[in-house]
Design a protein around this ligand. Structure first.
Ligand SMILES: [Ca+2]
Length: 302
């Protein structure tokens, strides 16, 4: 009986949590319930055999001794031709523009501080990151449309970013010939599908009064402050009920279960910061649409 009461209490708690989120969410909730806010979307999508896929990259801080703690996440949501990129960032340098892009390589770790000055600068980070496949700029319909337009953080160092695009337009652009082969933006092969799994997002930018030594290098003709990497995350698909594992990594239909089953199991698991399919960690993951560019007007980096 005590167990039943506890279960009812938990269900009640989770229900109230989900009801507090009134807006449509692209990403699965931290805890899934039968009344989940995504419950009206996902089962429909499954029933109609729509191709729904969500990628999530919780952010980890880079150069923590400079920027303290940067948290947040990138969520990519694809439903048929609908493609949404959504970023939440907290703890970045305030009131400045933050460039952000998806790369084909890996996030840098401290071993990429090649000159051993204690900072992973833009040039050093570029080695593991590899080229960009998608700048998260003002237009996700094409790789270089509005390239250089990025969000600006508020006075607390927080910002949100949300862009809606056509997946087919983006794919067509990414499969087109690379007319700027010498830059750090790359294309897909003409017949290559767009798969964001294990691709990485990097966030850049610190205030220009940040104490960076002369050994900190930059890239792309920009200042070392503009290009200084502050956070990075690796994209994984979110395709199963939170707390469970998805056996078939190739399945591209489905994400978050919550199709009527009780899915509270696993929600109380230890938060060790690990990234797993179906699990949100790192404090990010809330990904409502409707983000903006912060309190300032759009700024242009390039
Ligand atoms: Ca260095």
């Amino acid at each position: 009986m005590k167990t039943l009461l506890s279960l009812l209490t938990l269900l009640s708690l989770f229900s109230s949590c989900s009801k507090s989120s009134s807006k449509h969410k692209m990403s699965p909730p931290l805890r899934s319930t039968p009344e989940s806010s995504t419950g009206t979307i996902i089962p429909d999508a499954q029933r109609e055999h729509k191709t729904v896929i969500t990628y999530l990259a919780p952010l980890s801080t880079l150069n923590q001794h400079v920027v303290a703690m940067v948290t947040g996440a990138l969520t990519l949501y694809k439903e048929d031709d609908l493609f949404i990129g959504d970023i939440r960032v907290n703890g970045a340098s305030p009131n400045i523009l933050h460039s952000q892009s998806i790369h084909v390589g890996r996030c840098p770790n401290q071993s990429y501080d090649i000159n051993a000055d204690g900072f992973i600068d833009a040039a050093e980070a570029a080695i593991p990151l590899g080229p960009q496949i998608l700048p998260l700029d003002g237009d996700l319909n094409a790789q270089l449309a509005e390239y250089g337009t990025y969000p600006v953080s508020d006075k607390y160092g927080n910002y949100t970013y949300s862009e809606v695009a056509s997946y087919q337009k983006l794919l067509k652009d990414l499969q087109s010939p690379d007319e700027r082969a010498s830059d750090d933006v790359t294309k897909l092969r003409i017949d290559e599908e767009l798969d964001f799994v294990d691709k990485v997002v990097v966030i850049r930018g610190v205030s220009d009064d940040t104490a960076l030594p002369v050994t900190v290098a930059s890239i792309g003709g920009l200042s070392k402050f503009q290009t200084f990497p502050i956070a990075c995350g690796t994209l994984k698909t979110v395709k199963s009920t939170p707390g469970t594992y998805e056996d078939d990594p190739t399945s591209d239909v489905v994400m978050t279960g919550s199709s009527g089953g009780e899915t509270i199991g696993g929600s109380g698991g230890a938060d060790d910061g690990a990234i797993r399919p179906g699990q949100v960690s790192g404090g990010g993951g809330e990904a409502e649409t409707g983000g903006d560019y912060g309190e300032d007007e759009e700024s242009t980096l390039l």
